[in-house]
Design a binder for this molecule. Sequence first.
Ligand code: GDP
Length: 615
Amino acid sequence: MARASNTRKTASKAAEKPVKGPEEDKTPVINLPRSVSVRQLAEMLDIDAINIIKQLMRNGIMANINQVIDYETAGSIATSFGYKPNLAPIKDQLMASAAEESKRLKRKYGKEAENLVARPPVVTVMGHVDHGKTKLLDAIRKTNVVDSEAGGITQHIGAYQVTIEGQKITFLDTPGHEAFTAMRAHGANITDVTILVVAADDGVMPQTKEAINHARAAEVPIVVAINKIDKDNADPNLVKQQLTEAGLVVEEWGGDTVSVEVSAKEKKGIKELLESVLLVAEMEELKANPNQPAAGVVIEAEKDKTMGPLATVLIQSGTLKEEDTVVVGMTWGRVRAMFNETRKRIKKAEPSMPVEILGLGEVPKVGDTLTAVSDERHAQAILARKRAELEEEALKRKAVNLDNLYDQISTGKVKELNVILKTDVQGSIEPIVSSLERMETDEVKVRIIHSATGNVTESDVMLAAASNGLIIGFNVNANEGARRLATSTGVDIRFYDIIYNLTDDVDKALKGLLEPKLVEVIEGRADVRAVFSAGKGSKAAGVLVNEGRVTRNIPVRVMRGKEVLVESTVSSLKRFKDDAKEVAAGYECGVGVKDFNDFKVGDVLEFYKMEKSGK
Ligand code: GDP
């Protein structure tokens, strides 16, 4: 029906014909999966993600663009944008993800296909707290260790490989979906298969559901490990039923989800679990070309006191060798040595292998990519380009702040001022919100997109960054993480303890009258070489300008060692006997300082200017 597909541009892809009833309902139907990320939902509805985020907030949900929301939440958002939500049948969801998967593989491999060979799957373990993730990773590791080594081996890095029936599997040892999602936020989707651990005596719990949503959003297949079956009160059937309710139907019940009953404690079912992982991985057709320069992702990094920067890298394609020159994130180096998980020195690392490398200039960040290059010159060129790109991005991203607000309004860049308000008590919110909202002008609306009590958190900063807004804190602080995030995202946080100051600042900013924050910029420095009389009892300093320049009337501070004797301004400036406007570095001149006569040879004059920041 034309009506359904024409109401919104791309809704035609997802919307189906409305159901015909006696009175035809013309609302377009949207098929939604059981869980969907904000970004995906925005694409499906063809609505800017910011508007989705705002709508979620109106419903009391704080979400960023990568956050996964459940069907009920997505449905209510779809309804508010004029759609009728419908839960897509599981079969369709699976088909959609299979089709998506095959597209992804084509995109991933393209014409490279013939140079590719199979690579081991990279596996992460997720699940609810205390369901046995750590114990399971431990059991898997021990199952694999040859008897003579057992017990004597300490694992040094956050990943390891096991071999089962001659095939390798790589395990990332950082259980929990926070790590998984953190890597994804960096754009590094390094997991091929995820093991979802569910304790048979506890069943599907909130974090189990979250883990399912995260794996789905990343399109990573799930193998379920029903753990703790050794316990008397273990009830694997109940777990399977709860999984079905969460949208994962196990194979024996006619679904597609592979599940294995295990006991991490008694090391039962581990081999079957690993075989299932291999089976699922086989369907993924995981391939990489080992005969090319290496590429990989940093999974951990630290500075060792004696060895310097150390990074654990998961090789994704190519082969990394000792002596290779690599660019990693914003640093580079030559691989001086490589170690495997038991800190055994190795000469080369192939796809899906985790290795610890030594020789980088600085400690990289988790999620940074590694690329092997031909030589140092090439590495420097890549880094220079990356730096330029970062700067450009930072400029583009320049968030709105009270200092530049008026400029942004005048140039039409800002039509609404989005404000996140945090206060110490509930009672302060209402008066501040209403006085801020009263300030809107013809050019710009003031929108309070979120207000709550409590300190400013990272989630507030994320919301501000996502909606080009600023944060106002009234009688509150910001936690350390929030401050750091605000600096890196350019989000402006303003703190006040008097309502009048708050409203006055916003009012002035809207009208372009706010005095910008000022920062000091050093203009020049000079050494005092002689002191002479300048008449009427005042003294002048004979100086050599050794840095920058000095101009008339510029602010100056006189320093003796580390001590600041005075902060004042230049009252006279002479070259020989004549007045000068400016004297540059390398020249001598006579300088008088307002209300100061106590110069001594060896003093240093520091000339500075106060400039606007945040522009
Ligand atoms: P995590 O929070 O998911 O990493 O859970 P842990 O691996 O730390 O395990 C939580 C608790 O459950 C610990 O006391 C483990 O000893 C116990 N546990 C883990 N696996 C099993 C199992 O298979 N059987 C039994 N009986 N206990 C287990």
